[in-house]
Design a protein around this ligand. Structure first.
Ligand code: CP
Length: 306
């Protein structure tokens, strides 16, 4: 049985196959409309979510399956002290596959180790968010036509941003990828990523503070939110929250074919005036998130559609 904890759980060949399946789902949705009839997806979300939970649920419903679950820890028996290990043993009796979001790093792994059904990490603390990465890869490959030969700017909260950590892990396996890490000093990428992942794999990267200094030669600009929920004190959050605002004057400095992605939710870091720029693809990215989660459910449940 396969679980998904990190994008590295799939080889590059397996990822390509998954993305091909997602593209086929996009082109022929009716072909997959009954693929998961009789199957159930449990969404166990101990932390708030709009996109990840609802896109998983939409994905399973699009496949003809059913859904059950909880959307916050307070409405589950976690509020009475039940452990993740015990909870997943229950869920294994009710569902065929489970997507779990948890504020603690490693909680979905604990679930996977105690589960008799596939478990998908739907975001664990500041650690990993592999299904957002699958969404990002599908968006880039579909709209840019490639996952290699790209200069990618990652901007915002690179310290706590699990989407950024997962995306770096996934992209370094493709040829000629380079990164520009754009963050205030306080929110720089963790040293284990700088040294053990980028450094040891000889990946080209630079670190800058000002977005204006980086934007001109990027192929992809990946914006992220400064995450209030990861700060220990409100003062630090308030000081950092409007550090980056992508607006029309900054977009005017960028290449004509640069794409702007964002895992969302956005707060202030992208001005709404940018939404109508054809290079802003963060709402298309949301739609790709449904296709790729459909492909993931089919893959982990080993459902073949002819
Ligand atoms: N991108 C993302 O994980 O959004 P949600 O927190 O709304 O699920």
């Amino acid at each position: 049985m396969k679980h998904l904890m990190s994008p590295l759980d799939f080889t590059v060949e397996e990822l390509d196959k998954l993305l091909d399946l997602a593209n086929d789902i996009e082109k022929n949705p009716s072909k997959y409309a009954h693929a998961c009839e009789g199957k159930k997806l449990a969404t166990t979300f101990y932390e708030p979510s709009t996109r990840t939970r609802l896109s998983f649920e939409a994905a399973m419903l699009n496949l003809g399956g059913n859904i059950l679950g909880f959307s916050n820890a307070a409405s589950s028996s976690a509020a009475k002290g039940e452990s993740v290990a015990d909870t997943i043993r229950m869920i294994s009796c009710y569902a065929d596959i489970c997507a779990m979001r948890h504020p603690k790093e490693g909680a979905p792994l604990v679930a996977a180790l105690n589960s008799s059904i596939p478990v998908i990490n739907a975001g664990d603390g500041g650690h990993q968010h592999p299904t957002q990465t699958l969404t990002d890869l599908l968006t880039i490959r579909s709209l840019k036509g490639r996952l290699d030969n790209l200069k990618i700017g990652l901007c915002g909260d690179l310290k706590f941003g699990r989407t950024v950590h997962s995306l770096i892990n996934a992209l370094i396996r493709y040829p000629n990828i380079s990164f520009v890490l754009i963050s205030p000093d306080e929110l720089q990428i963790p040293s284990y990523i700088r040294e053990d992942i980028l450094g040891k794999n000889n990946i080209s990267f630079e670190e800058v503070v000002r977005l204006e200094d980086a934007i001109t030669d990027l192929d992809i600009l990946y914006m992220t939110r400064v995450q209030r929920e990861r700060f220990f004190n409100e003062e630090d959050y308030i000081r950092m929250k409007d550090f980056y605002i992508l607006d029309k004057p900054k977009m005017n400095l960028a290449k004509e074919d640069m794409l702007v992605l964002h895992p969302l939710p956005r707060v202030n870091e992208i001005s709404v005036e940018v939404d109508n720029d054809p290079r802003a693809v963060y709402f298309e990215q949301v739609q790709y998130g449904v296709y790729v989660r459909m492909a993931l459910i089919l893959t982990l449940l080993e459902v073949q559609v002819c």
